[in-house]
Write a protein that binds this ligand. Sequence first.
Ligand code: NAI
Length: 256
Amino acid sequence: MSQITPAQQLFDLTGEVALVTGASSGLGRRFAEVLAAHGAKVVAAARRTDRLKDLAATSPNISALALDVTDTKAIPAALDEAERAFGPLTLLVNNAGIASGGRIVNTQDGEWEQVIRTNVDAVWHLSRAFAERIIARKGSGAIINIASLVAGRVGLSSASYAISKAAVLHMSKAQAWEWARHGIRVNAISPGFIASEMTDEYLASPAGQDMIKRVPQRRSGQPSDLDGTLLLLASSRASGFITGAEINVDGGHALA
Ligand code: NAI
C-alpha cells in the first residue's frame, strides 16, 4: 500500500513554472495568486502591464509579461521571455477570454472574429507552442483551459461566446488525447457565473438577479470558488491520472 500524502504536500507546486494568460483581472489574477501561494513560479501575462506590475509586487513568485494572446506571431518570443524569468514552463492556464454581444443575426463579423481569435485561436497556438517545448525537452506538464458552463449549453450567453467555449472544451479533449503520450495532462474548468469585470454588470442587473434564482445553489460564484479545482488540476501529485476532464464549478447550474 502506498503512503498517504498530506494535503499540504499534495498541493505543493514548488518547482512548477506556470504561465497564466489574462492575469490582469478576475479569474486570471486569482489563478496567478493561488498558484504562487502554493509555491509555483508564475508568469502573469496580459495586455494591461500596469496592473500586472501591481500583481507582481505582491509576491516574489510572480513575474509580469506583456502579451496580447491574439498576436500569435508574438507567442514564441513571449514564451522565451517567460522562461527567462523562471526557467522552463511546466503549467499553462489558458484563461484570457472575452465575452461578446447579442443574437447571431446582430453579431458583426468583426465581433465574431475577435471572439474566435481570443477564445479559440489563442488557446490553440499557445497550447501548441507550450507542448512543443515540453516534447522537445522530454519533460512533462499540464494545461488548464478555462471553458464555461455555456460550452455545453446555449441560451445563457451570446451564441458566439458559447460556440467559442464549446471549441475550447473539445480542444482540451483533443489536446489531452494527443499529448498524454508526451506526459502532458490537459483539463478544462467550466465555471458558471462568477463575479468579475466580465459579469459584474450583468449579475447586478434584473436579468442577472433572475438568472441567479435558477442556479440550484441560488448564488453566483467568486473567483475563490475555483481555487481547489485549479490546484487539483495543476498538481501532478494530486491529479496525475486525470486528463481530458471537464470540471464544472457552477453551483449546479449545468443541472438546471
Ligand atoms: P475578465 O474580463 O476579468 O478577465 C479576462 C481577462 O482576459 C482580462 O484580464 C482581459 O484583459 C484578458 N484578455 C482578454 N483579451 C485578451 C488578449 N487579447 N490578450 C491578453 N489578455 C486578454 O473576466 P473573467 O471572468 O475573469 O474571465 C476569465 C476567463 O473565464 C475567460 O476565459 C472567461 O471567458 C472565463 N469564464 C468566466 C466566467 C465568469 O462568469 N466570470 C464564466 C465562465 C468562463
